[in-house]
Write a protein that binds this ligand. Structure first.
Ligand SMILES: NC(=O)c1ccc[n+]([C@@H]2O[C@H](COP(=O)([O-])OP(=O)(O)OC[C@H]3O[C@@H](n4cnc5c(N)ncnc54)[C@H](OP(=O)(O)O)[C@@H]3O)[C@@H](O)[C@H]2O)c1
Length: 253
């Protein structure tokens, strides 16, 4: 039986990952900052749920202690899924909001990876970073969020080389998904196009398949094409977006 640790299982894609991983026979250990969600009662033991605020510097050490207390000495998969968003231009964001984004989305995944390398190495395990297809694109009003995801991409790229033969490292790049992330991030309701977004269940299913193949992957065909274009035609895409922004200068943000 595989043992999988997923951060941010209380909502959205993380919850769908936990439910589907458990359904496939894995033992799921979950991290969340709320009390044990009733929606996970059929998928994991309440004792395998660790309450931790990933915005706190000591979160990684607390999670490593939690695993030791549960006698989890081998970890097959670590999924860095939890993240925050914060809508708005960096100039309008508070220092505290920027710090929180960096802590939850970038610092804690790096610190937690560091803390859990021993149990991952024992299992020849896998670390999966949940990034965003937008990490390779300019994203006005989400610059800090996207910078944290680009940071994860860069960290994963180096870690993959450093851990080769011991731990596999992949990045998953989902596109817009029908979760509460946009509302929680303060995106104005009229800008949220939920009906066009993928469901968290289909995104989770594609992510778990990529994890089983140990392959980095943009989730969904359109996101694969978008990421390919973003990587290969960066200058052209930036120029196009500048023109579009100039045309909509009067749009209220
Ligand atoms: N939704 C999209 O359109 C989209 C697109 C691209 C990439 N992604 C990525 O996909 C991943 C999952 O996002 P989602 O859409 O499922 O968002 P979500 O529904 O808001 O879920 C995020 C999860 O992370 C948890 N979390 C946030 N801050 C935390 C903290 N300080 N301590 C502990 N847990 C914390 C949340 O807990 P609470 O329930 O307590 O807030 C929640 O369980 C993220 O990495 C996100 O960047 C999402």
């Amino acid at each position: 039986m595989q043992t999988i640790l997923i951060t941010g299982v209380s909502d959205g894609i993380g919850r769908a990952l936990a439910v589907q991983a458990a359904a496939s026979g894995a033992r799921v250990l979950g991290i969340g900052r709320r009390t044990f969600p009733a929606s996970l009662a059929a998928s994991m033991a309440p004792e395998d749920y660790c309450i931790a605020d990933l915005g706190q510097a000591e979160a990684a050490a607390a999670i490593a202690n939690f695993l030791r207390a549960r006698q989890v000495t081998q970890l097959d998969i670590l999924v860095h899924n939890a993240a925050l968003g914060d809508y708005g231009a960096p100039a309008q964001q508070s220092r505290a909001a920027i710090d929180a984004l960096l802590q939850v989305n970038l610092y804690t995944p790096i610190a937690l990876t560091h803390a859990l390398l021993p149990p991952l190495r024992r299992a020849h395990g896998l670390v999966a970073f949940v990034s965003s297809v937008h990490s390779a694109l300019p994203t006005p009003d989400f610059a800090v969020y996207t910078a944290t995801k680009a940071g994860l991409d860069g960290f994963a790229r180096s870690l993959r080389l450093e851990e080769q033969g011991a731990v596999d490292v992949i990045v998953l790049w989902p596109g817009p998904t029908r979760t509460q992330l946009h509302a929680k991030s303060g995106v104005p309701p009229e800008r949220i196009r939920s009906e066009r977004y993928a469901s968290p269940e289909e995104v989770a299913q594609a992510m778990l398949a990529a994890m089983q193949h140990r392959r980095s992957r943009a989730i969904g065909l359109s996101n694969r094409l978008l990421r390919w274009a973003a990587v290969h035609f960066e200058a052209q895409i930036d120029a196009l977006l500048v023109k579009t922004a100039q045309r909509s200068t009067h749009t209220v943000r």
